[in-house]
Design a protein around this ligand. Structure first.
Ligand code: AMP
Ligand code: MN
Ligand code: MN
Length: 306
């Protein structure tokens, strides 16, 4: 079964409670372990992302671009200039039991050759997939989308988000969500099934490079509860560290459900906005609520300087 995100928009309006907590000063030290830059499908450069996070009151920020480590050096220099904590990251695309699952790697050595070559293979698939999406959309009477998406990506990797922006700009859909729903998800004309990394490979690369693996936005996968729990079990067996309990695209109910799963599987909890830029106004930096009670934070034993 192909997997898409189920609650991308509905659940991702800014959390009022979190806003109140920020205003009251109860959330001084924000930790955000999931965000994108122009190195993949974000719209801010790595440096601009760090700057915005700093202004928004984030004390520790990760950069986790899709399948690339390219933005990390720039982000790290900027964060250190701002006196902000920085966690180098990556969001690895995985195909697991026919579903696409995203695995965030945190703190991996960016010079690790195995990790680098694994990600390079995924980018090769992305290149092929982008051309294939273009061909499929062309058959639907929408020519030239591959070229336009490539231009938007500035020679970096191409994600479905780039296609979505092209189609919105051409008035083929009213917003990004609409494009995904009508063109880019399973069963729709521009969808190409993923042939991403194996779960064991993704977790293995991250761990061998000294990093920790985290299941990104688990509530967004359209899978049954029992399949999701099978994923958590396998992931824990493989040495995965945590699941994103708090995500910019999780609802308040999701926080508690995922906290429960994390405890059941002995996994730690992570938190990340999955920010993609100010053009995606449903998620803003600096607004993550605290982890629900009883969670073991993935950063608990990290030497954080924020
Ligand atoms: P890709 O890794 O190229 O398949 O694309 C994944 C990206 O698509 C993610 O970063 C999401 O930001 C975006 N995405 C996936 N589903 C949706 C959706 N329904 N609405 C908006 N963006 C989405
Ligand atoms: Mn993701
Ligand atoms: Mn992401």
């Amino acid at each position: 079964m192909a997997c898409e995100f189920s609650t991308w928009f509905s659940a991702s309006t800014p959390d009022e409670n979190a806003l109140k907590m920020i205003e009251s000063g109860a959330m001084s030290k924000q930790i955000d372990l999931h965000a994108h830059s122009t190195a993949s499908d974000g719209t801010l450069t790595p440096a601009a992302l760090m700057q915005r996070a700093h202004v928004a009151g984030v004390g520790v920020m990760a950069l986790t671009d899709h399948d690339t480590l390219e933005g990390l050096s720039e982000a790290e220099s900027k964060a250190s200039q701002l006196g902000m904590g920085f966690v180098p990251g990556v969001e690895v695309s995985v195909t697991w039991e026919g579903a696409t699952v995203d695995i965030v790697g945190l703190g991996a050595d960016r010079d690790d050759q195995v990790l680098q070559s694994g990600l390079a293979r995924l980018r090769d698939f992305r290149d092929w997939r982008a051309e294939e999406i273009g061909r499929r959309l062309e058959k639907q009477g929408i020519p030239g989308t591959f070229e336009a998406a490539r231009a938007l990506s500035n020679g970096r990797l191409i994600s479905r988000t780039h296609f979505a922006r092209v189609l919105v700009a051409r008035d083929r859909a009213k917003d990004l969500r609409d494009v995904f729903k009508r063109f880019l998800v399973s069963g729709k004309p521009g969808f190409v099934p993923g042939q991403w990394a194996e779960l064991s490979d993704a977790v293995g690369w991250i761990r061998a490079a000294g990093g920790e693996a985290v299941i990104a936005h688990p509530a967004r996968y359209k899978v049954t509860r029992s399949k999701l729990r099978r994923l958590f079990g396998e992931f824990a067996e493989l040495g995965g560290s945590a699941i994103e309990v708090v995500s910019g695209s999780h609802s308040r109910d999701d926080y508690f459900t995922m906290a429960h799963h994390a405890r059941d599987f002995g996994l730690a909890a992570s938190a990340g906005s999955d920010y993609h830029g100010p053009e995606h106004p449903w998620i803003e930096l600096g607004r993550l609520p605290e982890l629900p009670p009883g969670c073991r934070a993935i950063w608990q034993d990290w030497p954080l300087n924020s």
